[in-house]
Write a protein that binds this ligand. Structure first.
Ligand SMILES: Cc1cc2nc3c(=O)[nH]c(=O)nc-3n(C[C@H](O)[C@H](O)[C@H](O)COP(=O)(O)OP(=O)(O)OC[C@H]3O[C@@H](n4cnc5c(N)ncnc54)[C@H](O)[C@@H]3O)c2cc1C
Ligand code: FES
Length: 254
């Protein structure tokens, strides 16, 4: 069950000029969160702001979120310093099913690299076979990278020149065969990766990002269109926060 916790900031690292990685002390969230879930962080603006869990340390009882500054809320949250605290609701939403396969291809772009980092940590700790493709606009945007990842940049100033799908196309038949694809990033990226996975006959799950308010399924601000199971009904509305944010990419109406 999700609860509201007053969480102290135990560390903060600026990953680049507009993105902070913040570590909060909260054993309950650290123990309960699974990759793909998010937390709703209080700031002095009216609504809380949602962030995907980027990492947990269950021994220390901490979890991390990455915060890219795009407006007033994220600017305030990214300015929190060690020793300060705020109310955090979580963990929220349905995460990825990491038991779905023994072999995964993870694809991350934009702030999607944070949940992908958590996925990578959990899947490798579980001994699964994992390939990661990360895509950025250019070298200045690269964050949360690891040497073993396949890196792509649109500008071609670091890693492979191109987008995530160009990166996916360099994977071997052995890497691809039977893998489950998990993708978090901007909508056009997830749409392209979903169609790449479809062509290869692979299962693919994506994490949708909608504007959110309550984060717990009450306000309906975050509804998205998902293919309906009932025959003759083209789609149904689902709440991204409560029914998602992770959905089977075949169900998403892009
Ligand atoms: C499930 C989920 C997980 C998220 N995970 C992360 C994460 O790990 N790291 C991270 O940095 N951000 C993440 N976000 C996005 C983050 O919540 C927003 O950037 C933040 O709420 C913006 O608050 P603000 O007050 O700074 O900006 P605002 O002043 O509210 O908005 C500034 C501008 O950004 C647009 N905007 C705001 N929120 C969103 C959104 N969700 N999608 C698209 N456009 C938006 C607004 O329309 C406006 O143009 C996530 C969002 C969701 C729904
Ligand atoms: S944010 Fe309120 S229902 Fe999803």
């Amino acid at each position: 069950m999700s609860k509201d916790f007053f969480c102290e900031v135990v560390s903060k690292t600026m990953l680049n000029e507009d993105t902070a990685l913040i570590e909060f002390l909260c054993p309950e969230i650290a123990n309960e969160a699974v990759p793909g879930q998010f937390v709703n962080v209080t700031c002095s603006n009216f609504l809380r702001r949602p962030f995907g869990v980027a990492s947990v340390d269950r021994t220390k009882g901490t979890f991390k979120v990455g915060v890219k500054i795009i407006g007033e809320g994220t600017e305030e949250i990214a300015s929190f310093e060690e020793g300060e605290g705020t109310w955090v609701l979580g963990p929220l939403g349905n995460g990825f099913d990491t038991s779905a396969s023994d072999k995964f291809i993870l694809v991350g772009g934009g702030t999607g690299v944070f949940p992908v980092n958590f996925l990578y940590e959990e899947l490798t700790a579980a001994g699964k076979n994992v390939k990661v493709v990360q895509g950025f606009r250019d070298k200045s945007q690269i964050i949360m990278n690891k040497p073993e990842y396949l890196l792509t940049t649109d500008a071609g100033d670091s890693g492979l020149k191109g987008n995530c799908c160009d990166g996916l196309n360099t994977l071997s038949e052995d890497d691809i065969s039977g893998a489950c694809v998990l993708c978090v990033g901007p909508m056009p990226m997830m749409k392209a990766v979903s169609s790449w996975a479809g062509e290869k006959g692979l299962n693919c799950y994506v994490s949708l990002e909608q504007r959110m308010a309550c984060g717990i399924g009450i306000c309906l601000v975050c509804v998205c269109k998902i293919k309906a199971e009932e025959e003759g009904v083209p789609f149904e509305h689902k709440r991204c926060c409560k029914d998602g944010p992770v959905f089977d990419s075949k169900e998403v109406i892009w």
